[in-house]
Design a protein around this ligand. Sequence first.
Ligand SMILES: NC(=O)c1ccc[n+]([C@@H]2O[C@H](COP(=O)([O-])OP(=O)(O)OC[C@H]3O[C@@H](n4cnc5c(N)ncnc54)[C@H](O)[C@@H]3O)[C@@H](O)[C@H]2O)c1
Ligand SMILES: O=C(O)C(=O)C[C@@H](O)[C@H](O)[C@H](O)COP(=O)(O)O
Ligand SMILES: [Zn+2]
Length: 368
Amino acid sequence: MRTVQVELGERSYPIYIDSGLLGQAGTYLEQHGLTKKSPLLIVTDDHVAPHYLGKLEAQLQDHGYTTVSAIVKSGEASKSLSVFEDVMTVAIKGGLDRSSAVLALGGGVVGDLAGFVAASYMRGIKFVQIPTTILAHDSSVGGKVAINHPLAKNMIGAFHQPEFVLYDLETLQSLPPRDVSAGLSEMIKHGLIQDADFAKWCKEHAQQLLALDAETLGYGLERGCSIKAHVVSQDEREGGLRAILNLGHTIGHAIEAVAGYGEFLHGEAISVGMAGSALLAVKMGRDASVYEETMALLQAFHLPTTLPAYLNVDEIMAAMMHDKKFKEGFMVFIIPDAIGAVSIVSDIPEQDVRDVLEQLRDGGEAIV
Ligand SMILES: NC(=O)c1ccc[n+]([C@@H]2O[C@H](COP(=O)([O-])OP(=O)(O)OC[C@H]3O[C@@H](n4cnc5c(N)ncnc54)[C@H](O)[C@@H]3O)[C@@H](O)[C@H]2O)c1
Ligand SMILES: O=C(O)C(=O)C[C@@H](O)[C@H](O)[C@H](O)COP(=O)(O)O
Ligand SMILES: [Zn+2]
């Protein structure tokens, strides 16, 4: 068993990572003091449910818990106000009360949606993350929960920390290859922002990670979660430092919104965004070797690093103005200083950003 602790004072919680944890969910809920007197709401999606929902429901019922389940359509489009309302309806009809908890069984979409339901239902009830994607080593940790607005990602949300995170490595075996690569994009990000050795380790273990080798994956997820937990514990509500977790997201979130939610997977859009940040760094006069290493790392995981021609640069620029980090007339970018170190930069001229978006179409050859 690997355990990572998220240190947040009275809101601290553990992330349990191991094979077979889904079959012990009832014991973990008991250990964390979740009551059996009030119903639990399981939120999941229609790709995850056929694999794991029955097992979780049976396990919890064996332990004396009552459950109701909300199964949403798989994909980013479910992080919407209308699906949020549908899940709320299941919660109300299911008789959830203030002692109830919401369990998120799925990837980041389910985690963000279910977490926002938990943050809002009766002004806030308990919440447990049961992640089933690689990407969710990022989304299940740190308490950012949200749904999207058609104009911008994660615009409607809250900070709401889970009681604990139960990460069953066995569930990752059924992930489609595209979601494996996309999930590893955020693992690479954790290396790029704070840990050059981990970034190197990711590249050296690309084949084992892509092949879902349990031991390699276990270490990668533990290290990724630890880096994220350490940042979050210093700046829970993104007063400053936490923004580094947004490497690649200024461009990435804009791509997701402009392309239409679900066209790009989140990890894919962030990969293009990380290539863009590395290009911006070169434009700012920093060492081109960081750009080259970033590209080699992303490409080792078969991740996209270019903008498709159908995406309009003006629309991406406009979407970036809606980013939560856009303040007082400035777009904020997380820019690599070296592999494993980044800066938060807010004075990049608009024309430089436009140039980089154009260069991303060509694969970035123009400036290195
Ligand atoms: N809150 C945060 O801090 C944070 C951090 C990173 C990303 N996010 C959000 O996370 C979302 C992306 O998460 P994601 O990539 O996990 O997407 P996702 O939840 O859509 O899951 C990816 C796909 O895999 C399927 N799936 C999930 N688990 C499976 C399994 N074990 N077997 C087979 N199929 C499975 C899903 O149905 C979906 O089709 C985005 O909305 C992003 O904004 C949030
Ligand atoms: O937890 C964070 O902080 C992050 O930035 C992690 C990101 O990977 C994640 O996509 C997050 O949801 C983005 O946050 P947002 O505030 O830009 O919506
Ligand atoms: Zn992200």
